[in-house]
Design a protein around this ligand. Structure first.
Ligand code: MG
Length: 262
């Protein structure tokens, strides 16, 4: 990006909102970028794009669901590219993930049935029996896909086990590593960039997580802006391989920067 950004890939949780709380400067930020192509991302495998559209709407921001790429959508696109229509999937995940997989044309099988792929998302109601079946299927050669490798989910109630913890539980039992669809996977960022139709060097990736957002943006070849409003709360110690181009406390400072750029 030699000049101002021409497209945006923006993480949602910790950037646009925290839980049900909009971040300061949310509406002003959208008034700035709405004239440009943008895609909003989330690694939360319990929500659909429609859910996110509704949530932003409650915060006074109108964003079409088509501009929202959830890990649920990205996972279904990946499965559709990998498996023939009607392939059998054993899903350890939320209602949103199950619904999306069914909608994408996969046959969802119950525990105890053979499957072509095991799909892991955040499943707050998972059972030992389901985990056991996932282990058996992967051991027998089923494809192994997860929405995230992150073992920890940061919530308003503190750190909880995330989808990556369930995937790791399977990996701990079987000598197999899952394909991760969610951030920082290229599957998520390349899909978003293709949707923008803007070359990576003209894209600004905005996120609050150094590893999953900034790491994914750097791998894409985009410029990156880390906001210290979420997971990565400090710029101290950012000296490793992943370095954001810009660091801002939050959306208001990013908006000020963009106003000066244009
Ligand atoms: Mg985030």
């Amino acid at each position: 990006m030699t000049g101002a950004p021409r497209g945006f890939i923006v993480d949602m949780d910790g950037v646009l909102y925290k839980g049900e709380r909009p971040m300061p400067g949310l509406r002003d930020f959208f008034s700035l970028i709405e004239a440009h192509p943008f895609v909003l991302l989330t690694n939360n495998s319990t929500v659909s794009a429609i859910d996110c559209e509704a949530k932003l709407g409650r915060m006074g921001v109108e964003v079409p669901a088509a501009a929202i790429l959830t890990v649920v959508d990205a996972t279904c696109r990946y499965l559709a590219a990998m498996l023939p229509t009607g392939g059998r999937a054993f899903v350890l995940g939320s209602c949103a993930l199950n619904e999306a997989a069914r909608h994408a044309g996969f046959e969802l099988v119950p525990a105890g049935s053979p499957a072509d792929v095991v799909v892991i998302g955040l499943d707050t109601a998972f059972t030992y029996a389901a985990l056991s079946h996932a282990v058996r299927l992967v051991a027998d050669g089923a494809a192994f896909v997860t929405t995230s490798l992150d073992p920890v989910l940061l919530t308003e109630d503190g750190a909880l086990p995330g989808a990556g913890a369930l995937a790791a539980a399977v990996s701990a039992c079987v000598d197999a590593q899952p394909v991760c669809v969610g951030k920082p996977s290229a599957l998520m960022f390349e899909t978003a960039a293709a949707q923008l139709g803007v070359p990576p060097e003209d894209i600004l990736v905005v996120g609050d997580n150094l590893v999953s957002d900034i790491g994914g943006g750097v791998a894409l070849g985009a410029r990156t802006a880390l906001l210290l409003s979420g997971v990565t709360g400090s710029a101290d110690g950012i000296e490793g391989a992943i370095r954001p181009d810009f660091v801002f406390p939050g959306l208001p400072e990013l908006s000020t920067f963009l106003r000066r750029s244009w």
